[in-house]
Design a protein around this ligand. Structure first.
Ligand SMILES: C[S@@+](CC[C@H](N)C(=O)[O-])C[C@H]1O[C@@H](n2cnc3c(N)ncnc32)[C@H](O)[C@@H]1O
Length: 261
């Protein structure tokens, strides 16, 4: 098992450093850093979140969370990734870089553009950001509200990796989980953002998942990511994805025979 600093040449695929360079340049132009590294004493190595210039909210995932999402996709080789909470496309870009690196799969990301003052600027920014990086061919931007629009947006697809990062209050997190659960592959994983009882009610959803038989892996990240899964293969993949993410590295692409390239 080998890991290297980015760039990581993906066998038969793209070279992530190209995506990363374009992401960093587009991020500098379009976004402001709002929460620095060390903001959360539970994960002092993490932080560095972004908002779209001119908009205080919404705020993106952190640096470690961004790498982790890419790495989970690279290692998990999903056919379908589903995100609730596009925002301005930041986490979608990292999920998309994972798909582009693996050379496989598709992300469907849903938002109703209700948070903060973002409105349609979020969708316009996401289109521009994903297009500039060059991962737009792997991503479908869907406009609608969870949980009600989730079945319509996914259609016949089964989801291999879901990332839930939308309304974190009241019964919404449970509603989002309940909408995604019947559409998940049995071998899939659900990533929850902001499982933070001091601010949000997302733990109601993770507790419901545990009651339904999902294992939970709580990660020490800036915004308390938790991954729910049933298939035991995720235990090692989550640990590997997180390990690399903490160091700011991409995981290696896994071939069909299990070798890393
Ligand atoms: C924290 S932001 C997402 C940030 C994004 N995941 C990232 O890291 O770049 C949450 C997003 O969820 C969206 N949202 C809130 N409630 C929603 C709902 N019921 N359906 C769809 N999107 C929703 C908001 O408009 C906002 O853009």
């Amino acid at each position: 098992m080998r890991r290297v600093h980015s760039p990581v040449p993906a066998k038969g695929g793209r070279v992530p450093v190209d995506y990363l360079q374009r992401l960093v340049e587009a991020r500098r132009e379009m976004m402001d850093e709002v929460w620095p590294a060390g903001r959360n004493s539970h994960a002092p190595w993490d932080g560095t979140h972004y908002s779209l210039k001119g908009h205080a909210r919404p705020v993106s995932v952190s640096r470690t969370e961004a790498y982790f999402l890419s790495n989970l996709v690279i290692l998990g080789r999903p056919d379908t990734v589903f995100e609730i909470g596009t925002g301005f496309g930041y986490s979608a870009a990292w999920l998309g870089m994972g798909l582009a690196t693996a050379g496989h799969g598709r992300l469907i990301t849903l938002d109703n553009y209700s948070e903060g003052s973002l409105g349609v600027d979020g969708l316009i920014a996401a289109e521009k950001f994903l297009g500039t990086i060059g991962v737009d061919e792997f991503v479908d931007l869907a406009v609608g509200s969870s949980p009600v629009d989730v079945p319509k947006v996914l259609g016949e697809r089964s989801v291999d990796i879901a990332f839930i990062d939308a309304n974190h209050h009241g019964e919404h997190p449970v509603g989002d989980y309940e909408s995604v659960r019947p559409l998940m592959c049995r071998s899939g994983a659900i990533v929850f953002h902001d499982v933070d009882d001091s601010r949000y009610t997302v733990s109601k959803a993770t507790k419901r998942a545990a009651d339904d038989g999902w294992r939970l892996a709580a990660l020490q990240t800036s915004c308390f990511l938790t991954v729910a899964y049933v298939d035991p293969r995720w235990t090692e993949l989550i640990a590997e994805a997180f390990d690399a993410a903490r160091r700011g590295e991409f995981s290696m692409v896994k071939d069909a025979d299990g070798a890393r390239s």
